[in-house]
Design a protein around this ligand. Sequence first.
Ligand code: ADP
Ligand code: ZN
Ligand code: ZN
Length: 805
Amino acid sequence: MAQIGQIIVDVPTMQTNEPYSYAIPAELENQVQVGMRVTVPFGRGHRVVSGVVVGLSDVTTYDGKLKPIQSVLDLAPVLNDELQQLAAWLADTTYAFRITCIQTMLPNLLKAQTERQIQPTEALTDQEMAIYFPEGAPRAFDASKLDDTTLAGLLRLQRAGKVEVTYQVTSKAAAKTTTGIKPALPVAKLQEIQAEVAQRAPKQADLLAYLQTMTPDKLVAQSQVSHAADVSTAVIATAAEKGWLTKQPLEVYRDPFHQPVKPTQPLQLNPEQQTAVTAITQAVDAQKTENFLVEGVTGSGKTEVYLQSIAIALQQGRTALMLVPEIALTPQMVNRVKGRFGQRVAVLHSGLSKGEQYDEWRRIDRGEATVVVGARSAVFAPVKNLGIIIMDEEHESSYKQDENPRYHARDVAIWRGKYNQCPVVLGSATPSLETRARAAKGVYTRLVLAKRVNDHPLPTVHIVDMREEVKQRADGDFSEPLLTAIQARLDRQEQMVLMLNRRGYSSFVMCRDCGFVLKCPNCDISLTLHMDTHTMKCHYCGHEEAIPHVCPNCHSRKIRYYGTGTQKVETALQKEFPTARILRMDVDSTRRKGAHEKILRQFGQHQADILLGTQMIAKGLDFPNVTLVGVLNADTALGLPDFRASERTFQLLTQVSGRAGRAEKPGEVFIQTFNPDHYAIELAQQQDYERFFVTEMHMRHQGNYPPYYFAVQLTASHEDEATAAKAMYQIVGALKKGLSPDAIILGPTPKAIARVKRKYYYQVVIKYKREPQLKPVLEQIRQAAQIPARHGLAVTIDSEPMNFM
Ligand code: ADP
Ligand code: ZN
Ligand code: ZN
């Protein structure tokens, strides 16, 4: 009986979610399993592409016309049943291709890479060979890495049939190995030899004695044997030559953890925490799909609720998945989980090397790690038998991926909760409007932690009207009240956190005579001044150029920088307080691996008085000695053309305020703003999430925005502006024809930043309540977009976009 495999193939610009049938050749008969990656010939050119087996069927009559599977890339399936179903669902709801979804779900090392290569044919002359294949054939073919002349030449040769493009599929998955050792002789024999050599070679005798204590057939790392038997590797080498022991490769895990973590014990819960844990663990016990919103003010002890709920799931022999916004920014959270669950914890995040990532992934896959902590993509961890899923800071926008598949980790978590019949816990001090609205409707169970632990009060928040301050002090980023408050903390040896909204947000160069602003030649935004490199940089494409001394427009010499960056603030701060010890945390100071942890550790050990940083210091920090938080510019995000601008501002201010006064000493917050009357700022001052929710819901209702409406954003981009615009107009035409008159279609418009990396962007936003035809219409648009994609036109579909910009 022959077998047929259903394969989802990876053919760029010819994607489809329909599997293709391939014959399984006799020699692969018992190897191919559902969930494995394979390579198959595809299309008329029989180029080799990678694919994933999504089904197997037995057939009695073998249809000779089917092409056979070429090779198998895995020894065991890399996608279990749950993840396969998840991939199909993800493709359906995010308008991405199934193969893209599968690739997103796998660790980097398991992404099969197709390399295009160029091969000479018989027709190529020696001369052409010398020009186009100076380093021999074949050569890698990556259009983006070739200069224009070479590319044009190669394409001409291809048309002339003198070269052809071939595909090479590579998979780089590799386990790390070290030298392993096991005894090669029975104990009695080893004993005998030991007696013989005891006199003349005492070190060899030591090793022989140790070999007798080893479990037969179990490999032990050579380094460990050498250490335990106290013999050199030379002695081990001699023993191997004499046939006393066998050396074999031993698979080891790359250990990404360098800092040992102190074990912790569960804390005595307060009544609010207890109520929350009871409700959650009832759902765990009942193996019930139930989604919870834990709405707890900053410092209310949400983490302890998570940890104790996880402990219950583990006690029942189930596993746990905990998502955090960005691991690098929350080392404290990771340490708390590891302190409680030790070796059972696996951590997944982008800061790991590919090898480390792969090892953690395998520890999870094999069931050796039962608690998984990670950022967005960890939601695809191959944990089986989930008993609880937790999403901390569920409002964070980093949970949404901004490339295909454009998924939100919250939706994936809820899908997995259903599949595994377990609760999903969404936690935040400032829940997203969507989540809070669902809790209001009873879709989620709302659990409230209204007070800080041990009845510590929330900090007192002062608003500083910068319009008045600017009148009194000509320049400066610090208001008088904030300066006084900083001095008081320095005198009392307390610590403080100062936040500057956005890295170098407004430090652009402007001519004071003609208003000229230096912009990026590739993108439509102003360049940012960087004092460390003494250059102007584009934050979108990385373009870098010298700081101008003369205005390119009017030749005035009064061109200078305007606004504020973290480095400039640090200098000013140091001038005001010469003895203060300042740590700066922003994208520039944290580029190196482990830099975040180091800065936070130093701050935690009170090696500095002031932690100055961008938004990245707003989240999750729990330092008992911090009694002052200062926000230097609260408004930078308020002016953005984004329906979530108020929500983001409120969340950020509330979160950062929450860093103050978390222990015995009371906290104080100063928010400097040019918009003191804006409701997002006023309500952040009162730290009144519930009133903000009601106010903002009203605004959303008036503007027909989410969560009252669903939204989809489509973008078209191309190097030629007219091509991008035309594509968008065609798409809008298709939408108007396919959708009901109730759908609100905004656009087409150029995006707020219309040009990025030499491409023009046009967009349209659809707002709707019920549109049964939306899916098929978008599906058509997606399929149709594949052909022009070969000519550089990119169309993206983003369901529930984070903003409309
Ligand atoms: P949140 O995440 O809600 O801002 P955390 O979980 O960081 O709050 O808790 C704030 C602080 O309170 C932490 O230092 C934590 O160890 C402590 N804490 C939490 N629960 C308790 C408890 N039941 N008893 C004593 N201290 C607690
Ligand atoms: Zn740029
Ligand atoms: Zn000028």
